[in-house]
Design a protein around this ligand. Structure first.
Ligand code: HEM
Length: 460
């Protein structure tokens, strides 16, 4: 007999209801709901229902076992003006076809072939860094990962576009940081935020269409993802339209750089606050690399670096929460979830649950020793989601983050700038609201000749 029991939760009253509290402080409010009502929490706001799910086994039900009964949630749908019908937002047969088409660009061996480019771009960035200067590390990482994703997947040089993309993304993320405004305001209403978002998307489109047009004009098949998308044909022989191409390219362009940049930014900030972890990382880098740039073959031996990144994405998951829409009546955790309701899964809450992690608020990379991942319930740690809609770029991101952190940490120690506020902004991603300003301190180690290419320079 299916359960008819609705999950417990607060009773919402008009404007003083949950919407306002959630919009003001999503991370705090979700944590409060979990601590007060438990693993499955229901909220109702007029006809709008959401269920917050925080137990790993229930998350597995949503993402894996009953995945077919769910579609992507309202937030991503509200962002169709940005992502169009690309991989992140599309559904059903169309999504499956596109996913299969893009998959070869993300196979392990293919991803490994991007390593040299990643390190080369990181070294190029470091050449401009000077001992003692102050920089916004988040901005630096955004620029770097944007250039890398554009080069590896689309063979495009976007050095001059990074500022424009950054500005446009800021507008879109600001819009997304207010859930109430996002969901309650129709995108066609000419509000200040909608108008700014419209122009931001237009500026991004210009860059994307330029990349597509340049490739079409060149007629080159470089074997990269863009060439694969351009060559893809339906059974009837028709090719992807420019609009379809634009949707896929912009999705990978944005999903493929913002999240990794955020992971690296929080990692640098956490390391700067934990000198012992930083020193341990340094000695591992010295022992394994001895001053040369890292390559893929080094990664299995950089186990502490891997733990640092894992721990950083536990505490500051770049995708801090995910949403779904129930396409049918569903039962999860013994509760009834009616068709049409929203479902929310928050990495932020699950990754800080004391049932799975001792002193969950503490940054302790060592906790991942002795295969903690294998001892945890599946989905007690899920920075890349799971099931059929799991992040297509997870191997890409993990390798990139490890190579970039290894390259940067050998050359510079990053110091916190006193007084600069570092505050997470829960938008689609968990970016630092005011950036992360840090002071660069050049290390006194000389880089040996790098296998990654020409640009490896001497540190000081
Ligand atoms: C640390 C870095 C990253 C994190 C934390 C991350 C996280 C995620 C998560 C949680 C999802 C699932 C969303 C959902 O199910 O609603 C996702 C999907 C996706 N990610 Fe990532 N991602 C990262 C890096 C990347 C990279 C480097 C790329 C591409 C180069 C990428 C491309 C995508 C795409 C296209 C999807 C949609 C997949 C689909 O639905 O088929 N991501 N990512």
């Amino acid at each position: 007999m299916p359960s008819e029991k609705l999950p417990p939760g607060p009773v919402s009253r008009w404007w003083s209801g949950f919407f306002r509290q959630y919009s003001r402080d999503p991370l705090g409010y979700l944590t409060f709901l979990f601590r007060t009502y438990g693993d499955v929490v229901g909220l109702r706001y007029f006809r709008y229902r959401v269920t917050f799910i925080s137990h790993p086994k229930d998350i597995e039900e949503v993402l894996v076992n009953q995945a077919k009964k769910f579609a992507k949630g309202r937030i991503l749908r509200a962002n169709k003006r940005l992502f169009g019908n690309g991989l992140l937002t599309s559904e059903g047969e169309f999504w499956l076809r596109q996913r299969r088409l893009a998959q070869p660009a993300f196979h392990r061996a293919r991803v490994a072939s991007y390593a040299e480019t990643m390190v080369r771009y990181a070294e190029r960035m470091l050449e401009a860094w000077r001992d003692g200067e102050e920089r916004d590390i988040h901005q630096e990482m955004m620029r770097l990962t944007l250039q890398i994703v554009a080069k590896t997947l689309f063979d495009a040089d976007v050095e001059n576009d990074a500022r424009e993309v950054g500005r446009a993304l800021q507008v879109v993320m600001d819009l997304n940081s207010n859930f109430r405004r996002l969901v309650m305001t129709p995108p066609w209403l000419p509000t200040r935020h909608n108008v700014r978002a419209f122009f931001a998307v237009r500026r991004l489109n210009k860059i994307i269409y330029r990349i597509i047009a340049e490739r079409r004009a060149s007629g080159r098949d470089t074997g990269d993802l863009l060439s694969m998308l351009l060559a893809a044909q339906d059974e009837d022989g028709s090719q992807m339209t420019d609009q379809q191409l634009r949707d896929e390219v912009i999705t990978l362009f944005l999903a493929g750089h913002e999240t990794t940049a955020i992971a690296l930014s929080w990692t640098c900030w956490l390391l700067a606050q934990h000198p012992r972890a930083e020193a341990k990382l340094q000695s591992e880098l010295n022992a394994v690399l001895g001053g040369r740039a890292p390559n893929v073959a080094d990664l299995p031996r950089l186990s502490y670096l891997d733990r640092v990144l894992t721990e950083s994405m536990r505490l500051y998951p770049p995708a801090w929460g995910m949403a779904r829409l129930a396409l049918d009546d569903v039962e999860i955790g013994g509760y009834h979830i009616p068709k049409g309701s929203g479902v929310s899964l928050a990495q932020w809450v699950v990754h800080r649950d004391p049932r799975w992690y001792d002193n969950p608020e503490e940054f302790r990379p060592e906790r991942w020793e002795n295969d903690l991942v294998k001892r945890l319930p599946r989905f007690a740690y899920f920075p890349f989601g799971g099931g059929p809609r799991m992040c297509i770029g997870n191997n890409f991101a993990l390798m990139e983050a490890a190579l970039l952190l290894g390259t940067i940490a050998q050359r510079f120690r990053l110091r916190i700038v006193p007084g600069h506020p570092v505050v997470p902004l829960p938008s689609i991603t968990l970016r630092p609201r005011y950036g992360i300003r840090m002071t660069l301190e050049a290390r006194q180690t000389a880089m040996r000749a790098s296998p990654a290419g020409a640009n490896s320079a001497v540190a000081d």
